[in-house]
Design a protein around this ligand. Structure first.
Ligand code: KG4
Ligand code: ZN
Length: 358
């Protein structure tokens, strides 16, 4: 075992690297919660022109951005490389070609510093985003275990029972599209930009007056599973029936199109959010959870955030939006707890694009 040393304080400083998809992200976190830096080199502009992530371009951009992002995370944290006690990186799930860059960078840094290297699960990282705090005080809002967790991202929509640090049980999942994927596809139908989630949210917020459109909700009764492909298809049919799809053949004025797109965005967002809120609240009741935790990019959605707090009668943990989408700080927080419970990883650790949690 390595000896954890700390030079500037008695804090354990973890450098976390996240390159599972299209963000080159590095964060420094002390003692598993204190957020010292969180730097994200976004590739959105590169992929937006294709309307989705192009894996080959993503992996090559990570190579270009990783060194500068590591340096920037250290500078922002105000610490030197030698003050890092543990180096961690996401090793799955995600795109293999993207994961490799972060993983190999973390191994090289840990090797040269002579400190432990930890491989982290991206989904577990999303859960630990809720532990991050910007003040020096220990988190005081932890309701205790078990927690009913919803991870909603571009690749996953999972309900996970977190029984303790490191103890996870998968109790529900999507049977087709992930929630974020559904938002992205719906945005494409409506002629909105990429990524679709924030664009749909923005359009829904611009809706004037009462919404008159309604989309179906797939309740998947008797299960804690999700299905989002039906609502996505229903949206496409609605757009065709209303005459705004395909957009280049549409005869409406810009104002009319905006008004319809805003209403449809609202209807779509409500349909997806309502199911997620109801499912995680039901799960919390079934498993006698002490709190609800929401993570992943879709947790940045303002409507989801409001509705889950309104519905729940137990504490709700949701990170600020910037910590819901992919970031390195969540990986650093997660790795601290992995190290605390004695997990060890060799330098031969490979990427695992379909790494499960629970
Ligand atoms: O966790 P994340 O950053 O990357 C993955 O692990 O996939 O999640 C990205 C997903 C995208 O599908 C994006 O459209 C969605 O999160 N997203 C949102 C919002 N912000 C990001 N969905 C709904 N509302 C948002 N405000
Ligand atoms: Zn993610």
């Amino acid at each position: 075992m390595y000896q954890i040393h700390s030079i500037i304080t008695d804090m354990v400083n973890v450098l976390g690297i996240e390159t599972s998809c299209d963000e080159t992200a590095v964060g420094v976190v002390s003692n598993g919660y204190l957020l010292r830096s969180n730097i994200i080199a976004s590739q959105i502009e590169i992929h937006a022109q294709y309307g989705g992530i192009v894996p080959e371009l993503a992996s090559r951009q990570h190579i270009r951005d990783i060194s500068a992002t590591v340096n920037s995370a250290l500078t922002t944290a105000g610490i030197n490389m030698e003050d890092i006690d543990i180096v961690s990186a996401t090793y799955g799930p995600g795109l293999a070609g993207s994961l490799i860059t972060g993983l190999n960078t973390a191994k090289a840094l840990a090797m040269s510093l002579g400190v432990p290297f930890i491989g982290s699960n991206h989904l577990e990282g999303h859960l630990y985003a809720s532990w991050l705090k910007e003040t020096g005080e220990l988190p005081d809002c932890e309701p205790g275990f078990p927690l009913a967790c919803l991870i909603a991202s571009g690749g996953h929509t999972d309900l996970i029972l977190m029984e303790n640090h490191g103890g996870y049980k998968l109790v529900g999942r999507t049977r087709d599209d992930a929630a974020g994927e559904a938002f992205d596809k719906a945005a494409r139908v409506l002629g909105l930009g990429f990524p679709g989630g924030p664009e749909i949210q923005k359009a829904a917020e611009q809706m004037i007056g009462e919404n008159e459109l309604e989309l179906p909700r797939a309740w998947m009764k008797g299960t804690l599973d999700f299905s989002f492909s039906g609502v996505k298809t229903a949206l496409l049919h609605m757009a065709q029936n209303l005459g705004i799809y395909p957009l280049d053949q549409c005869r409406f004025t810009d104002n009319q199109i905006h008004s319809l797109v805003n209403q449809m965005s609202y209807a779509f967002q409500e349909a997806v959010v309502d199911v997620m809120v109801e499912k995680v609240a039901t799960m919390a009741e079934q498993y006698h959870a002490k709190g609800i935790l929401i993570g992943g990019g879709v947790a940045a959605n303002s409507r989801l955030r409001t509705k889950v707090v309104d519905r729940a009668n137990i504490p709700v943990l949701i990170p600020p939006p910037v910590l819901c989408t992919d970031n390195g700080a969540m990986i650093a927080a997660c790795a601290y707890y992995q190290y605390q419970r004695g997990e060890q990883y060799g330098f031969d650790l490979d990427v695992n694009p379909s790494l499960p949690l629970g």
